[in-house]
Design a protein around this ligand. Structure first.
Ligand code: PLP
Length: 634
């Protein structure tokens, strides 16, 4: 656990159990020891067709824990409730979940269900997101907010107004000045009184990677001049009472409570000014930004860490708003946040398998007779060889590495010119590795091939260099004997992970058991990736998305139930995404089999077995007759 810093980034949900496997504590610190779930057992149940109740799903696999999601939501709510109560704040906290962070149906439905007792709502940023939020919120609390952000055209605004007609507590947040005219016009036409918010561009700027949306030059929101013009327009058209919410978002992963308090304080001042100008203000929506400590370092100087707890975040917000409102004699507003990352990151784990590892050969120095090797070198090469030898005798290790490198470069040149054979080239490679190992300059790093597409499943690693904790989910009671980087199965050289939390360029890993890892599998997990990664992934190399299972704690010590299993996409499914027609493709190949295989083999049935072999690829045979999603109860 210490080697992979599980206690740092994993608390309070992940730990290592006495079998050396990662265990999940679904209720965080409230989890009793018999309620812990062994992740390896879940993976075996989901993937192994032979184990009892095994589902035979292909890896990679996303394992979701709805109880973790529930615990995150309740922890966020309790942190604000405590801050409100302890500081005598005279209004409540009522959050929304931005569905862009993970639009998975079960995730959104769970959030609405778990958050209903405390009126938790949703935020949408596009028409499809609004549609899904509308239908999910029909089953939520009637007071839950439905915050409509993002670029808005006539259709988007009409849909948001229809949502109000359906008695959903919908707020249209103006992100661009022009949107106010559309909202006024369409509201008059449809005959609905809208509830309007404005998104302010704050001067407070968050300087980390995720802060580019903040500051005066940020991409979204209205400047103070634009806010004043919007207020005037609303006043003139008799809609000023509809302006009830002030929103801002200074970026994800806000590093410190000092910056947070600065931004919230500025927004609270704008809120008070809007009250003074006659708007019927009720809610201040502080956007997202509640961060996750991906490396467990609790540092404000890193894009992947934050220097505060949930409670410190909530207390800073409440204090900043209360201070400014009291100073202005303004009634305390309802506090809303759009925390996405902090709600969904922990609840899902991406599991993949190392299917092979590049072998590491003990350096061979004497594969070619030394005399013969040296004779074939140029005069300069021979000088390097002599220098290397003398440096080794004198124990000058840095010089050894230098001369070995020079010698290698010269040999490569000679090989390209045709004056050195492949055996000598291999011999110099072996010599250099030997030197490097002997002087401790480099530990051998293997390449572990893992069965996923990094582009599809961990897109932020590739796009913005974001690091996530990656850990073997078993054998953690065994000291790993190797170091490795992870290379995915796409043909793209960017499809590799060679940076890990803690600034490491390789990961401690275990030797694969059996030939080609046939000894039962070596499973790794990518943790804290429940936000954004699933929504961003594409289809590079036509890798489909992972299979998904939902896992809940069930009766009996350490037992769990797989309550839903969805197989990953078949080859046919992903081809369809690129407009191919798998059925036609299959027919074409089947005809070809009838035409050629039948004649050449003189065997009337050969083409039939070939065609059925092909069918497997198009239809993902194990699931050919299964529904695309199956629900199992405990
Ligand atoms: N609200 C808005 C407007 C956003 O743009 C985002 C993310 O970029 C969020 C909320 C969610 O932010 P986070 O995941 O940091 O909570």
């Amino acid at each position: 656990a210490a080697l992979y810093k599980v206690d740092g980034w994993g608390a309070p949900y992940f730990t290592v159990n006495c079998s050396g496997n990662i265990s999940i504590r679904p209720y965080g610190t409230d989890t009793l020891s018999h309620q812990e779930i062994d992740l390896l057992k879940v993976v075996k149940r989901a993937s192994d067709p032979k184990s009892s109740g095994g589902l035979g799903l292909q890896l990679p696999l996303i394992v979701r824990f709805p109880d973790v999601l529930k615990n995150r939501l309740e922890s966020l709510q309790s942190a604000f409730d405590y801050a409100v109560q302890s500081q005598g704040y005279e209004a409540r906290y009522q959050g929304v979940y931005p569905v862009k962070c993970n639009q998975d149906r079960f995730v959104v439905e769970d959030i609405v269900k778990f958050g209903s007792p405390f009126r938790f709502g949703l935020e949408a940023g596009s028409k499809p997101e609004l549609l899904l939020a509308m239908s999910c919120l029909c089953k939520g609390s009637p007071d839950a907010l439905l915050v409509c952000n993002g670029f808005k055209d006539v259709e988007y605004i009409s849909l948001a107004l229809l949502a109000r007609k359906l008695c959903l507590n919908t707020v249209i947040v103006l992100e661009q000045e022009e949107e106010v005219d559309l909202v006024i016009d369409i509201s008059k036409k449809i005959g609905v009184r809208p509830v309007i918010g404005v998104r302010a561009k704050l001067r407070t700027k968050h300087s980390g990677h995720f802060g580019s949306t903040s500051g005066e030059k940020g991409k979204f929101g209205l400047t103070t001049t634009q806010i004043l013009r919007v207020v005037k327009k609303l006043e003139l058209s008799g809609f000023l009472d509809c302006l009830q919410l002030l929103h801002f978002h200074i970026g994800s992963q806000i590093p410190s409570t000092a910056l947070l308090a600065d931004g919230v304080g500025e927004a609270a001042q704008i809120y008070c000014e809007l009250v003074r100008l006659g708007a019927c203000m009720k809610v201040i929506d502080i956007g997202g930004g509640l961060g996750i400590d991906y490396d467990g370092s609790k540092s404000a100087n890193s894009d992947i860490s934050v220097a505060y707890t949930l409670q410190e975040y909530a207390s800073a917000v409440v204090q900043a708003v209360r201070f400014v409102c009291d100073r202005n004699g303004v009634k305390h507003p309802v506090l809303c946040s759009e925390s996405g990352r902090a709600i969904v990151s922990h609840h899902s784990i991406l599991i993949f398998e190392a299917v092979s590892a590049s072998s590491y050969e003990t350096p061979q120095v004497s594969s070619v007779g030394q005399q013969y090797f040296v004779e074939r070198l140029t005069e300069e090469g021979r000088a390097d060889y002599r220098n290397l030898y003398s440096a080794a005798v004198r124990g000058e290790y840095d010089s050894c590495v230098l001369y070995a490198d020079q010698l290698k470069q010269k040999c490569i040149e000679q090989f390209k010119e045709g004056s050195l054979g492949i055996e000598q080239l291999a011999a110099v490679d072996g010599l250099c590795e030997f030197v490097s190992k002997a002087v401790g300059a480099s530990e051998p790093v293997r390449t572990y091939h893992v069965n996923l597409s990094i582009f599809t499943s961990i897109p932020d690693f590739w796009a913005i260099g974001q690091l996530f904790p990656i850990v073997p989910i078993h054998r953690l009671d065994d000291k790993p004997g190797m170091r490795g980087i992870l290379s995915d199965l796409t043909c793209d050289s960017d499809g590799k992970i060679d940076k890990f939390i803690g600034g490491e360029s390789s990961l401690p890993l275990h030797e694969l058991e059996g030939i080609g890892g046939s000894g039962g599998g070596y499973f790794l997990g990518m943790f804290l990736g429940g936000a954004y990664e699933e929504a961003l992934g594409g289809f590079h190399n036509l890798f489909g998305g992972p299979s998904v299972v939902r896992v809940s704690q069930s009766d009996g010590p350490h037992s769990f139930a797989v309550t839903c299993a969805v197989p990953g996409l078949s080859c046919g499914d992903v081809l369809r995404v690129m407009q191919h027609e798998p059925e036609l493709m299959f027919e074409t190949l089947k005809h070809r089999a009838e035409e050629f295989v039948h004649e050449e083999d003189g065997d009337g049935m050969a083409h039939v077995s070939l065609a059925s072999g092909l069918a497997r690829y198009f239809h993902n045979m194990p699931y050919l007759v299964a529904p695309s999603s199956c629900c199992l109860t405990a």
